[in-house]
Design a protein around this ligand. Structure first.
Ligand SMILES: *Cc1c(COP(=O)(O)O)cnc(C)c1O
Length: 376
């Protein structure tokens, strides 16, 4: 059996008619930037995240820009410090550096693999302006504690929700809890565009107005700029139209992925596999994005090679702590032992909403055979 990590074409095939039709309609409309589709998406996505309560969504060009624009809007400037984690996708930190700010890497919790609020306080200095909790693999950070620290020290909270679209925390959607929620619609995410896309959720109308200008050259009306640090970061009409189609399926997909994750967890427990899986904080209902396991013993590369030999594609999200990478080495940090121990020994198993039960059984029979030998 061959089980690729992810098959995006499969997702497209299922929605082919709907997607083709809205793409053609958009092409024929003759309006490609900042039009109806983007407006509709912003409205629908705002309702998805916050229902009737306060809030605004602004479509942007990517998740990276969503973080970058949130930082600028929060007033983070060159030389300011921003606290985040080292076990995340590169863009969390490249967005911080892109505004000239300094990333401060915080230790994670060994069970949830997310930012450890007890460590956050120790890193706060006079220069600290913001915290970026990353809701990794679909699990939401400990937002009550993060937000209360942020309140105490007057810091902005920018949620990196790229991997947690649909996750809830105490019945609120992840991304609607802090000051800014930065979403990515990179094709592999829980809701992905057929290209790049992103969005920002904000509660404050002032922030909303500011972000609308920033994403569009800094102009406040046509040909009149009021923000010097404006850029071009718009969610285009074709991507917005595709996202409008997909948003209607997001909860169903997340439900299927949750059932799949529970199956994985059940297999690990019942087969007594030496694999640790991620735990959630109280009140979290995760929209699983990846299914990552930490090896309690054995060599990760041999496991990946063995799985590959049996047709199963496993990946690593992510292999090297960001402060150990050339780009970010200069931001000195103490060695983060929990982070390093995790990143040394994790693998991501194939995981998507169309994975069949026979495929799941095959993956776990293969894993069982590795640790306990072939059955019969
Ligand atoms: C995907 C991702 C991003 C960046 O999103 P892009 O849309 O590719 O710019 C940021 N943070 C995390 C944690 C991600 O997984």
């Amino acid at each position: 059996m061959r089980i690729p990590f992810l098959n995006l074409k499969q997702q497209y095939e299922k929605l082919k008619e709907e997607i083709n039709s809205v793409v053609l309609k958009t092409l024929e409309s003759g309006w490609y930037i900042l039009g109806k589709e983007c407006e509709i998406f912003e409205q629908k996505f705002k309702e998805y995240l916050a229902g009737e309560s306060n809030g605004f969504v602004i479509g942007v060009n990517s998740g990276t820009d969503a973080i970058r624009i949130s930082l600028i809007t929060a007033g983070v400037k060159a030389g300011d410090e921003v606290i985040t984690v080292a076990n995340t996708a590169i863009p969390t930190v490249s967005a911080i550096c892109s505004v000239g700010a300094i990333p401060t890497f915080c230790e994670i919790d060994g069970d949830t693999w997310l930012i450890d609020h007890k460590e956050v306080k120790k890193l706060i200095t006079k220069k600290t302006k913001a915290i970026i909790p990353v809701h990794l693999y679909g699990y939401c950070a400990d937002m009550n504690n993060i937000c209360s620290i942020a309140n105490e020290y007057n810091l902005a909270v920018i949620e990196d929700v790229a991997q947690a679209c649909g996750t809830t925390y105490m019945n609120k959607k992840a991304g609607s809890i802090g000051d800014y929620g930065a979403f990515s619609f990179y094709p592999t995410k829980n809701i992905g565009a057929c290209g790049d896309g992103g969005a920002i959720f904000v509660k404050s109308e002032t922030d909303y107005e500011k972000i609308k200008m920033l994403r569009n050259y800094g102009q406040n009306s046509k040909y009149y700029a009021t923000k010097e640090n404006g850029m071009n970061s718009r969610l285009d009409e074709i991507q917005a139209a595709i996202l409008n189609v997909k948003l209607a399926y997001l909860d169903d997909w997340n439900k299927l992925k949750k059932e799949l994750a529970l199956k994985y967890i059940n297999c690990i427990d019942s087969l007594n596999l030496p694999l640790q899986y991620q735990k959630g904080y109280d009140g979290v209902n995760p929209a699983y994005h990846l299914f990552v396991v930490k090896l309690k013993k054995g060599n990760r590369n041999s496991l990946i090679n063995y799985l590959a030999l049996h047709g199963i594609e496993a990946l690593i999200h992510y292999p090297v702590p960001l402060y150990k990478q050339e780009a970010f080495k200069k931001y000195k940090t103490d060695e983060l032992t929990v982070t390093e121990s995790l990143m040394k020994s994790i693998i991501s198993l194939p995981f998507h909403q169309y994975l069949g039960i026979d495929e799941v059984e095959y993956i776990f029979e293969t894993l069982r055979a590795i640790y306990y030998g072939k059955s019969d």
